[in-house]
Design a protein around this ligand. Structure first.
Ligand code: NAD
Length: 360
């Protein structure tokens, strides 16, 4: 038995089809009286339902959100929050909505209740991110961890396949890296492996039929566990590369995760034989290489597998942009099971750009 320490993050989970109807009661439990509801265009209907539950407790609705939380957007939302003297935030949506709620919690020191509608997992972490210019700054603060998370698989039935697949890969990336990231321990590994098992078992079913509520529930459960695993460990090589790609080129966050994951995994696999064996087991491919198996799952789920296919704010990513991204990412990778140089990062990016099946 290996000795370990584990900081369990304090958060309440309500998980059920139809659980959206419990948000009002949960807000009352928090004792909040002036609630700011954050949502995006796709979750407006759910926000309407929550607003009706809140009645006089609703202080403000905010529907402008953006990936990676641009600082100017956070500043405007923060000014509105101050003007309305909010004492809690309810966020309904994906990682972008949760991210804005976290930025608000950071400045206003108020509790967050999160209703996640993608598989981003941000609702289970103390990590916040803000982007100014081309640089995404991340940090950790316990105040941004949602005090309550209401998971309602019914809210995800309308997620299009183009969001479902990459978002599930975002969750897989959290679980996979948590197996060796700084802070990993037997508890985080148990969460991560169960997360991988749940996602690998349900993603093909959810992609085949988006309204399969059981598959959606399993996927959301897997994403929640993967988020917890990330929340108690630290971002590693894969995440650092994705953050640089997101901040520099404004790529769709989840798409970048699905493309990079098999290649970042293939780089570390040779020095992690035990973790690879357990991961292969959880993926249901015992004896195979997980990097190749994840690439196969991505192809089978019609998830992006080539950086060359991803578009940023300046159009499709170009091969000549990879060197600059490697320069930016390499210094951010302080801990990795295998020594990693700037040229190693460039190699991962180049293989991801071509998107061929990784071999270890
Ligand atoms: P997102 O929130 O932008 O959602 C992706 C798309 O799905 C959007 O177009 C959104 O409108 C749509 N959508 C959301 N819910 C829907 C629904 N119920 N039905 C139909 N469409 C719906 O993106 P995301 O991938 O969920 O999150 C990405 C962001 O989260 C990034 O900024 C990333 O950095 C952050 N993130 C943070 C953490 C953390 O721990 N801090 C972890 C993971 C991701």
């Amino acid at each position: 038995m290996k000795p370990f320490t584990y900081d369990q993050l304090p958060s309440r989970i309500v998980f059920a089809p139809g659980a959206l109807s419990q948000v009002g009661d949960e807000v009352q439990r928090l004792g909040a009286e002036r609630v700011m509801v954050v949502h995006d265009a796709m979750t407006r209907g759910s926000a309407d339902a929550v607003a009706a539950q809140l009645g006089g407790r609703l202080a403000l609705r905010w529907d402008e959100v953006a990936q990676h939380v641009p600082v100017e957007l956070a500043d405007r939302a923060r000014a509105a929050a101050s003007q309305h003297a909010i004492d809690a935030i309810v966020t309904i949506g994906g990682g972008s909505s949760t991210g804005l709620a976290k930025a608000l919690a950071l400045s206003h020191r108020v509790p967050v209740l999160a209703v996640p509608t993608t598989y981003a997992g941000s609702e289970q972490t103390t990590i916040y991110g803000l982007t100014g210019g081309q640089h995404k700054q991340t940090g950790k603060d316990p105040i941004v961890l949602p005090r309550v998370v209401v998971y309602d698989p019914e809210l995800t039935l309308g997620l299009p396949p183009s969001v479902t697949g990459p978002s599930a890969f975002n969750a897989l990336a959290h679980a996979v890296e948590a197996l060796w990231a700084p802070g990993c321990n037997p508890v985080t590994s148990a969460l991560a492996l169960e997360g991988v098992r749940a996602i690998a078992g349900s993603l093909p079913r959810a992609m085949a039929n988006g309204t399969d509520v059981d598959a959606r529930g399993d996927l959301l459960y897997g994403a929640a566990l993967s988020g917890m695993a990330l929340g108690s460990t630290a971002a590693g090589l894969h995440h650092k590369i994705c953050h640089v790609l997101g901040g520099r080129f404004n790529l769709v966050h989840a798409d970048a995760h699905s493309v990079i994951l098999p290649h970042a995994l293939a780089f570390n696999a040779p020095v992690l034989p035990d973790e690879m064996a357990r991961l292969a087991d959880a993926l249901g491919v015992r004896g195979e290489e997980p990097a190749g198996a994840l690439w196969d799952l991505a192809v089978a789920s019609s998830v992006p597998t080539r950086l060359a296919d991803l578009k940023g704010s300046e159009g499709p990513l170009r091969r000549d942009q990879l060197a600059g991204a490697a320069d930016a990412a390499a210094p951010e990778i302080s801990v990795n099971p295998r020594p990693v140089t700037r040229d190693d990062v460039l190699g991962i990016l180049e293989r991801a750009f071509d998107g061929t099946r990784p071999s270890v």
